[in-house]
Design a binder for this molecule. Structure first.
Ligand code: NAI
Ligand code: MG
Length: 346
């Protein structure tokens, strides 16, 4: 074992449902990597989520936020509980964290792991990283309901798009594509959403010349869904708005074996960032041991990269790749799967 020389200060939010189960697996895998690579992890647990809300009425206090700010990264399981009306925890915790920490990049890679089966017969050609704008669009929380509950009810949801936010997410897409020598596809619906889409097109046009090596393409969201299924290899790095990114990344996850197989990062490069599996709290399988821990473990690998532990991140990804085929959802329990990955990462 290497001598411990570096230490990282993590906040862990296990959350609700299967959140604590997959986080236990991720921490097991992280411990194995830290041992092997010679760094230490200092973990502080935060009991945020449904139980705290139901017991105290609190979701995320200013004090919680100030404490989370003191860590290098946050690793989150999932939040959401059938006992709490939809939207309360998601908006009060997840959306608020994204906004307060200004986590403007939501990175969602999807790739078929060897030994995992897909509904597509050419899913091995899918290796896409979706760069989703994470602070604006239809998720900005602006809108109105008039005459609720009547025959005259009218509801609006506003899609907010500002040049600073759109230009920085498009720039991030270009930087990622350039670093990986990959193409960058903008996905939007510019033929109908001319104003919001126009801002993305302007950013592609103005920033593109700084990255002459990056090939660019454009697809409307509906065509992108079709092409991801029929011609998966057309996509490498995709930059898109908040809602389109949410939907397209679930489709991509479905094509690489299911939502339990993909991780994600909510990032502000260089600042405290948050890592979480793409799936939710899955109350239907909570407590059964059926939850796939791979999404949480791949999120932990993305976190290691953010912490500058590139060798650790690669070690963890290799470990997942090596055993993923044995973990096909129902074959191993969450804990058995996590132990297998931790062992492969040792
Ligand atoms: P979900 O992702 O929790 O579950 C969708 C389906 O996928 C379910 O059938 C579930 O059993 C299955 N599934 C999810 N994760 C899995 C895993 N690791 N292994 C095996 N199967 C898995 O989405 P759903 O049902 O729409 O939402 C449940 C709750 O989670 C809601 O309260 C929702 O708001 C919340 N949610 C939270 C998110 C987060 O914390 N980032 C993201 C999405 C939903
Ligand atoms: Mg989603």
């Amino acid at each position: 074992m290497a001598e411990v020389v570096r230490s990282h200060n993590l906040a862990v939010v296990p959350g609700d449902g299967i959140g604590p189960e997959v986080i236990e697996g991720a921490l097991m895998a992280l411990d194995a990597v830290a041992d092997a690579e010679g760094f230490a992890l200092e973990v502080t647990n935060y009991e945020l989520g449904a139980n705290r809300y139901l017991n105290t009425g609190e979701i995320l206090t200013d004090d919680d936020l100030a404490r989370l700010h003191e860590h290098e990264a946050v690793l989150l399981g999932a939040v959401g509980d059938p006992r709490v009306p939809p939207g309360i925890l998601e908006k009060g915790l997840l959306l608020r964290l994204r906004r307060e920490l200004d986590l403007y990049v939501n990175l969602r890679p999807s790739r078929l792991l060897s030994g995992v089966s897909s509904v597509l017969n050419n899913a091995d050609q899918l290796d896409v990283t979706i760069v989703r704008e994470n602070t604006e669009g239809l998720y900005c929380g602006r809108g109105e309901s008039e005459n609720p509950g009547t025959e005259l009810e009218i509801s609006t949801e506003v899609s907010l798009n500002t040049w600073p936010s759109i230009s920085r997410i498009v720039r991030y897409g270009f930087e990622l594509a350039a670093a990986r020598k990959q193409s960058l596809t903008l996905v939007h619906k510019t033929n109908v959403l001319e104003r919001a889409g126009g801002l993305y097109l302007r950013a592609m046009k103005e920033i593109g010349p700084e990255f002459p090596g990056v090939e660019t393409a454009y697809q409307h969201i509906d065509a992108a869904c079709l092409l991801m299924v029929t011609q998966p290899k057309r996509f490498q790095v995709v930059v898109t708005d908040n809602l389109f990114g949410d939907i397209l990344s679930d489709l991509a996850a479905g094509l690489v074996g299911g939502i339990g197989f993909v991780g994600s990062a909510n990032m502000h490069p260089g600042k405290v960032s948050m890592f979480e599996p793409v799936h939710g709290s899955a109350p239907d399988i909570a407590g059964t041991g059926l939850a796939n821990p791979i999404g949480a473990i791949l999120s932990a690998a993305m976190m290691l990269q953010h912490l500058g532990e590139d060798a650790g991140a690669e070690r963890l990804e290799r470990a997942v790749e090596a055993v993923a085929g044995k973990i096909a959802p129902d074959h191993l329990s969450t804990r058995e799967a996590s132990e297998l990955i931790a062992e492969a990462a040792s």
